[in-house]
Design a protein around this ligand. Structure first.
Ligand code: MG
Ligand code: MG
Length: 621
């Protein structure tokens, strides 16, 4: 990989991770961070001395990049002003014991603080002078909710007025971008006065900025703020200090520290490259889903094969050396893997019949793997047999294999290589392609998956939907490839009783929970499926009364939908018809979809109806 610059050191604030202070530091070091910001409350609750932390940091090879926060310092009236200087001296004692040379002061939020920049500058200069005598430095940050100082330019003006070599500026992407402030001017701050850079992203939410910041920050690439633009301005200044993550997020505080730390480092590597600081190969161009692989045993292979025949698939081949079958329809390839003693059988033991791998068609698999490697996602090397083609793969956060299939220029396919294919393809394919593959995620893991698909593959997150299941709420967000040929709805349930929640319990983890198949003629597709004995999910009659009125559909149209258990949606761009199969072994199901016009959604408005119908089918709760 060529680099434009040496990458900047990577740091993370201990407040971003769960656990005790030593656990947080161990996680950061294990994942590959260069340093940590010590959040004071983490130190206060640590059952040891600052010297212990200094020794641990040394052992772990971590630098302590910053000690924070020092609040309500500048521009106070007396006697608070004098007391604050004493307070600063005590912090300096702690910092020297810690082996940390940089103190972060955030702009004053106290009702007592005086609106006087000259006074603020003088106070900070005096603090910096006291720090300087001990070989320490002070940086000043504008909090978005600071009483008088809440913009980085204002903080920078005060730092300039303070005019002390040990006084510099801290810029934080959240505080800047949350106020829609323009970060481009940071490029003009002299690098030796820009002491520290903190990064955080966040979803766009309408709430007060303090609550937004304290609970909903997330890593760059997980939210909707233009963090890469911010980093571009920082790099343009010539800044060579750490990029440090400072994330207050309730879910991160509950998640395993290493998982969060890995996401954090991945997000920094991604955003630094996006900002032009380093070079990563761009994400590949995608051309849809090449195949889905199911882990099954012999019995489930037979039953799932029957199910697939009912849906219009034909048995297209048997693997040359393994107990693996290929079913095909249109461009859709479904592989049933019942090979004993394989990765698939391991997956089956653990999860039951389930999707264990997904293959995506890409234009450049080698570059895609190089990008993945650069983002802490190493190539996964599956055992292969003699003469089999190795397909490059990475693992999604839930362990699902994601193969990257680059079509050969000769037109020879992976199936030609590995399978004994049946001679002819039946001409009656009504299904054309995989429309979307929906996954159920464990609680609290949405951001984790969003970052994986965004960073590694360049997929973009779509709007977040909150869907009512009869037994709880499901949050759904779809990750889509830029050309929209790969669409992956990700569903998270906060309750174990919802369809998504039950899926996770039954499945012992995350995984594919439905596969939507695109067709240009959904009525014929459903008629054929029914004729072949497929069981479709029954939709309550009340639904049809409702949509008839909602969309002004003709009686004839409504009757047609009702007869086929079809669900209906429309938006300003087109219409959407979809129907579901019954669930296979209570685990996953198929969906037929027909998009008419330029409808780009997934019928989320109908999801509650589907989930209620599925809940009705369950023998008992
Ligand atoms: Mg900050
Ligand atoms: Mg769907």
């Amino acid at each position: 990989m060529t680099r434009l610059h040496r990458p900047l050191p990577k740091s993370i604030a201990t407040v971003s991770l769960s656990g005790t202070l030593p656990e947080k530091m161990e996680a950061a070091a294990a994942i590959g961070f260069d340093g940590v910001e010590i959040f004071e409350s983490d130190l206060l609750t640590f059952d040891g001395t600052p010297n212990d932390i200094r020794a641990l940091a040394l052992t772990l090879g971590l630098s302590i990049t910053c000690f924070q926060p020092f609040r309500d310092f500048e521009a106070m009236p007396d006697p608070q002003r004098a007391r604050n200087m004493d307070r600063a001296e005590r912090k300096f004692d702690v910092m020297q014991a810690l082996g940390c040379e940089l103190l972060m002061v955030c702009s004053n939020v106290s009702p007592l603080t005086i609106n006087d920049d000259a006074r603020a500058a003088a106070d900070l200069a005096e603090m910096a002078e006291r720090a300087h005598r001990r070989g320490l430095r002070v940086c000043y940050e504008a909090l978005a909710w600071g009483r008088h100082v809440n913009r980085w330019r204002h903080a920078w003006k005060i730092v300039q007025e303070g005019n002390h070599p040990a006084l510099g500026l801290l810029v934080d992407s959240f505080h800047t971008l949350a106020l829609n402030d323009d970060p481009s001017g940071i490029a003009d701050v002299p690098a030796d006065k820009l002491f520290f850079v903190q990064l955080a992203d966040a979803p766009r939410l309408s709430m007060d900025v303090l609550s937004w910041s304290r609970h909903f920050r997330n890593f760059p690439g997980q939210g909707q703020l233009p963090v890469a633009d911010f980093v571009r301005a920082v790099l343009a200044s010539g800044y060579r200090g750490p990029l440090s993550l400072e994330i207050f997020n309730d879910e991160f505080r509950a998640a395993p520290a290493r998982l969060t730390a890995r996401d954090g480092l991945r997000s920094l590597l991604m955003v630094e490259a996006e900002a032009g600081g380093t070079v990563l190969p761009p994400p590949p161009a995608f051309d849809g889903v090449e195949f889905l692989e199911f882990a099954v045993d012999d019995e489930h292979a037979i039953r799932l094969g029957e199910t697939l025949r009912g849906l219009g698939f034909h048995h297209a081949g048997r693997h040359r050396s393994k107990s693996v079958d290929l079913f095909r329809q249109g461009r859709v390839n479904l592989i049933l893997n019942s090979e004993p003693d394989s990765a698939a059988s391991e997956h089956f033991q653990f999860h039951g019949p389930s999707v264990c791998a997904m293959a995506l068609r890409v234009d450049d698999a080698a570059a895609a793997i190089e990008r993945a490697n650069g983002l802490l996602c190493p190539e996964w090397r599956e055992r292969i047999g003699d003469g089999e083609r190795r397909i490059p793969a990475v693992r999604a956060p839930d362990g699902t294999l994601v193969y990257l299939v680059q079509p050969a220029p000769t037109g020879r396919t992976i199936y030609d290589d590995d399978f004994n294919l049946t001679a002819d393809t039946p001409p009656d394919a009504l299904v054309t392609a995989v429309d979307h593959v929906a996954q159920a995620l464990p609680m609290g893991r949405m951001d984790n998956f969003v970052l994986f698909y965004h960073a590694v593959f360049g997929f973009a997150p779509e709007q977040l939907w909150e869907i009512a299941d009869p037994y709880g709420l499901i949050r759904s967000r779809t990750m889509v490839s830029p050309d929209r040929s790969v669409r992956l709805p990700l569903n998270v349930s906060e309750s174990r009783e919802t369809a998504t929640g039950r899926f996770l319990t039954t499945y012992a983890g995350a995984g594919v929970h439905h596969i939507a198949l695109a067709t240009d003629d959904i009525l014929r597709t459903l008629e054929r499926a029914t004729a072949r004995g497929s069981r479709l999910l029954g939709i309550p009659a009340n639904y049809y009364e409702d949509i008839g009125a909602k969309w002004g559909l003709s009686d004839q149209r409504i009757e047609q939908l009702r007869q086929h258990n079809l669900l209906y949606d429309q938006d300003e761009n087109g219409e959407f018809l979809h129907a579901y199969t019954e669930t296979f072994d209570g685990r996953f199901f198929f969906e037929f979809v027909q998009r008419i016009g330029d409808y780009q959604q997934y019928g989320a408005a109908n999801a509650p109806v589907r989930m209620a119908a599925q809940a009705q089918q369950r023998p008992n709760r």
